[in-house]
Design a protein around this ligand. Structure first.
Ligand code: AHM
Ligand code: MG
Length: 336
């Protein structure tokens, strides 16, 4: 019998039907994000052709130079989602403050957080990049959204996901009911269900960390890494293979499908770590947990960390639960 072909639209709608009280706003929001993904994917694959590469000359809030494609991705997300009446506001890694809905347009019950184009150092060299997003229900009653609407821990996410622009474009999302992956058929412009109900494999294969930072690691991180490499004499194990792309989405995606751990620890140079809680760590932690994995900042579950500011950073350990717990154990023992 032939396999069924399921578009992301149908998948989202069918899930919605299992919630009789659902108004459809949330489903439409997810579909809007899929549209943004398609537009960014189109632009990414044409990047070298349309001379879009290079620096736009602006600095973002993190003091980094923005690539043109970052600006494009950010603007696309904002333009698609500003006028639909589904959102109360947005927050982006590329924008300092809350992105409000323009005056005169209706607001909705959700807020959207996103990293429009993650792994931007990889754009110029044709290596995979990604988009990360999270959706929360607004907390304030009505009118323009407030900071309170964004200072929610990841455990309160109603949906999260990412898009990877790789050898093909994939969108992976969860609403807390399994993790599902869709591959873009560029010919018809549809995301088709290719990876239903993703579970991180029991046996991990890879560890992913920027080994170039090794001299700045704490004892705990160093010893944990030696353990992953099978070099811990007290507790020998089969060594994992090292893989590091430097695009969080791509590194996370590979480890989700093949098993493994990604980590970006804190260091004296970056005491808070590098990655952003709201735009990167929390949404991917939501995906990881829903796929049977885990995510921690080294001592606390990422989904329990309550943000105090929009652009807050966190150390991140994410992937197979057993490995994340082991990282916590090494950190507690040697860095405590
Ligand atoms: P970005 O949001 O500015 O692209 O930074 C986040 C990226 C992640 O995708 C990646 O895992 C990490 O930074 C790589 O950092 P490093 O080059 O320090 O290893
Ligand atoms: Mg990023």
């Amino acid at each position: 019998m032939a396999e069924e072909i399921i578009t992301i639209e149908r998948h989202i709608l069918e899930r919605q039907r299992t919630y009789p009280e659902a108004t459809g706003v949330f489903s439409s929001l997810l579909y809007d994000i899929a549209l943004v993904a398609k537009i960014i994917a189109r632009e990414t694959t044409r990047a070298g052709l349309v001379e879009i590469l290079g620096l736009a000359g602006k600095m973002n809030i993190q003091g980094e130079q923005q690539m043109k494609l970052d600006v494009f991705a950010n603007e696309t997300m904002v333009r698609v989602n500003s006028y639909t009446g589904r959102l109360a506001a947005m927050a982006s890694e590329e924008v300092p403050g809350i992105i409000h809905i323009p005056e005169g347009y209706p607001t909705g019950p959700y807020v959207l957080v996103f990293d429009p184009l993650d792994g931007s150092s990889n754009i110029d060299v044709n290596v995979s990049i990604g988009t990360i997003f999270g959706v929360y229900r607004r907390r304030s009653a009505e009118g323009p959204a407030t900071m309170e609407d964004f200072m929610q821990p990841g455990r309160d996410l109603v949906a999260a996901g990412y898009v990877i622009y790789g050898s093909s474009t994939m969108m992976v999302y969860s609403t807390g009911n399994g993790v599902h992956g869709f591959t873009l058929d560029p010919g018809v412009g549809e995301f088709l269900l290719s990876h239903p109900d993703i579970h991180i494999p029991q046996t991990p294969k890879y560890y992913s960390v920027n080994q170039g930072n090794e001299r700045r690691w704490s004892d705990g991180v160093l010893r944990f890494t030696h353990w992953l490499q099978g070099m811990d004499e007290a507790e020998p194990r089969e060594s994992l293979s090292g893989r590091y792309i430097g695009s969080l989405v791509a590194d996370f995606h590979r480890n989700l499908l093949d098993g493994g751990i990604y980590y970006y620890p804190s260091s004296p140079k970056r005491p808070e770590g590098k990655l952003r809680l709201l735009y990167e760590a929390a949404p991917l932690a939501f995906i990881a947990e829903n796929a049977g994995g885990a995510a921690s900042n080294g001592w606390q579950r990422i989904l329990d960390v309550v943000p105090e500011s929009l652009h807050q950073r966190v150390p991140l350990y994410i992937g197979n639960r057993e490995l994340v717990e082991k990282a916590e154990a090494f950190i507690a023992r040697y860095d405590g």
